[in-house]
Design a protein around this ligand. Structure first.
Ligand SMILES: [Zn+2]
Length: 354
């Protein structure tokens, strides 16, 4: 499924295509603004504008808008353009692998994340452990050295850029990235995005042109709800637009599918409260492979509910122990384990705490 069209941000779009037309587009940009307002989507749109074969004159817009229909545009919209390198934070691979292997593992984890973004319109904020670690940076440098495969430009879109972390012992790679940000190859544009720009390293902030991405007007969020989500009831639209607070990401999160992980966590706790039969039944309903996708999300939902219970009072020591067991399971889930087994063990552990 192609990613949904970009809504709003007309002012920035006009400035960007104007800059491209006059050859003044900075080669390192930071799109900063609240979470969910479409910064990475805007970054992809800019990538599209750079690789599009037939930039068009939109309604009342500057010349140079991406057409959305040529092959390069369609590849960007399907998150599969070979010259548009989208980096999102990933969880670090297990220690022990050598540097080359770490880079391969980072590439795999990244491909997994992007596949998920291709399939689902809404993506969650990165998990607490995810980062652009040194293996991701090495992967960027590898791709930076390539000539563009299709056109004249390469674009590096680095989402949640505050997760770029320096690592002791790997300064060479980190410094190489800083140098690339300062003097990118002539065919390359870096687009960083962040909702916490103050958390970015000063060495990075000093090398990018900062662009503020504001919340969308309610009318724009409403148009998205109507056209992209097919909402019809004016009351539904009004309610969801109000709670979205100018963020299409928030609008998506308030819709169907959201709460799916919450419901799974709820079902898990229900099974724990039942007997052994319910616990094993629930364990066997998990897929026996791929602990990293939805299963990890379910564990995150479980952690959230356990923390909420701890905050609400009651037996805190018990809640803390339950959280510790769940964190252990989550750690296991990042390796090559069978979710059914992890679920069965965790359910027993939590049941013993009752
Ligand atoms: Zn195009």
């Amino acid at each position: 499924m192609p990613i949904p069209p970009l809504y709003g941000h007309e002012g920035i779009r006009n400035r960007l295509v104007g800059a491209i037309a006059s050859g003044r587009l900075p080669q390192a940009l930071l799109l900063e603004g609240p979470r969910g307002v479409g910064k990475q989507r805007l970054g992809l749109w800019l990538a599209q504008a750079l690789v599009c074969e037939r930039p068009v004159n939109g309604r009342g817009r500057e010349k140079g808008e991406p057409c959305g229909e040529c092959q390069p545009c369609r590849l960007v919209l399907n998150v599969s353009h070979p010259d548009v390198h989208w980096f999102v934070p990933v969880e670090p691979a297990k220690k022990g692998a050598d540097a080359d292997k770490q880079v391969d593992l980072a590439a795999e984890a990244l491909a997994e994340q992007l596949a998920a973004r291709r399939e689902r319109r809404l993506y969650e904020p990165p998990s607490g452990l995810a980062s652009h670690g040194i293996a991701s940076v090495r992967l960027m440098l590898r791709r930076l050295a390539l000539k563009p495969a299709l056109g004249r430009h390469k674009v590096f879109l680095i989402g949640d850029a505050e997760r770029l972390v320096p690592q002791t012992g790997a300064e060479a790679a980190a410094n190489a990235l800083l140098k690339a940000l300062e003097e990118p190859p002539a065919d390359t544009v870096f687009v960083l995005t962040s909702s916490e720009p103050d958390a970015l390293l000063p060495t990075i902030l000093s090398r990018v042109v900062r662009v503020r991405v504001a919340r969308n007007a309610d009318s724009i969020v409403a148009a998205f709800a109507q056209r992209e989500l097919g909402l019809k009831s004016q009351r539904d639209i009004a309610e969801r637009v109000t709670s979205a607070d100018g963020s299409i990401g928030k609008l998506l999160a308030s819709g169907e599918g959201a709460g799916g992980t919450g419901q799974a966590a709820e079902a898990f706790l229900g099974a724990v409260a039942g007997g052994a039969v319910q616990r094993y039944g629930f364990a066997l309903r998990q897929t026996p492979f791929q602990a990293r996708g939805g299963f990890t999300a379910m564990l995150d939902g479980l952690l959230e509910q356990l923390r909420a219970r701890a905050r609400a009072g009651g037996d805190t020591a018990r809640a803390v122990e339950a959280i510790a067991h769940t964190l252990d399971a989550r750690e296991l889930a990042q390796g090559n384990v069978n979710p059914q087994l992890v679920t069965a063990v965790l359910a027993d552990e939590l049941a013993e705490l009752k």
